[in-house]
Design a protein around this ligand. Structure first.
Ligand code: NAD
Length: 247
């Protein structure tokens, strides 16, 4: 399909061209085309018998830190091999063209920054960073003692990835800024998220309540679909470059 084969509603194009303040929320779907698996994808190999929702919790880490660290090591390797796709690149370009642009992501893979996005509100942390499980402080280096997970050089507690697990609170400042951008934008794009994980899932509704129009980009319907102003059924890698082209 060439880009011009995608038909976009005129009102959407007008909103896109006329908006000075655009907020975008992305989820795991935008990185699917880069080969980073979504949580709902069946896990392969060693990890096939686990459910990600049972590994991405503080309880799981307390119960079996080695298992959870190993799972993150596997995911980190996938992320390291992945490269940003056309969807990530289109959002980086949109940031350059729109004065009031805010990118909010639930992804922990860092691909938006690698695509050139400068300001990214990472609501769920970043898999490439680590912190102390006990103290919560960032850990950049540790002594190789053979311990898995490694040990915090300050307190000797376990090191864990700096991501937000199920049941944990989101970084306050990033969430605050995300709420402000959602309530203050004219157009809100919701890309590649199942719109199920709170509080991120409430952001498009905050935007709607404040009078913004909401565009969803997702190959499948989600709980947001009936409320969105427009829903484009397609992948981020196909739809976002098209939107940029028509700006
Ligand atoms: P999700 O897996 O629940 O939903 C992904 C959504 O993307 C689905 O609705 C799916 O239909 C859609 N999708 C699939 N392929 C797409 C494509 N090519 N283009 C656009 N949309 C596509 O993901 P979520 O809503 O982000 O929530 C899950 C949680 O999992 C989040 O908290 C996130 O932090 C975490 N997670 C992150 C990553 C990552 O960083 N890449 C990967 C897996 C899970």
């Amino acid at each position: 399909m060439t880009t011009n084969d995608i038909s976009l509603p005129e009102a959407l194009l007008r909103a896109l061209r006329g908006s000075q303040r655009i907020a975008v929320l992305t989820g795991a779907g935008i990185s699917a085309e880069s080969g980073v698996p979504m949580f709902r994808d069946t896990m392969t190999g060693l990890w096939a018998r686990y459910n990600p929702e049972d590994l991405a919790t503080p309880e799981a880490f307390r119960r079996d830190p080695k298992l959870v660290w190993g799972w993150y090591a596997w995911r980190r390797a996938l992320v390291a091999q992945a490269t940003p796709n056309a969807g990530h690149l289109a959002l980086a370009e949109l940031e350059r063209r729109i004065p009031g642009f805010t990118l909010i992501t639930q992804n922990v893979d860092g691909l938006h920054r690698r695509a050139g996005s400068r300001r990214v509100l990472e609501l769920h942390g970043n898999i490439t960073r680590n912190k102390c499980f006990d103290e919560g402080t960032l850990v950049e280096d540790w002594e190789e003692t053979g311990s898995v997970p490694p040990l915090c050089p300050r307190c000797g507690g376990y090191v864990r990835p700096d991501v937000v697990w199920f049941g944990e609170v989101l970084p306050e400042q990033a969430l605050e800024e995300a709420l402000e951008a959602s309530r203050g934008c004219e157009l809100f794009l919701c890309v590649g998220t199942s719109a199920l994980v709170q509080p991120a899932a409430s952001l498009p509704f905050e935007a709607l309540r404040a009078g913004a129009r909401v565009l969803e980009v997702n190959p499948d319907a989600t709980p947001l679909t009936p409320h969105a102003t427009w829903s484009l059924r397609g992948t981020a890698g196909m739809m976002l470059p098209e939107l940029l082209d028509r700006l």
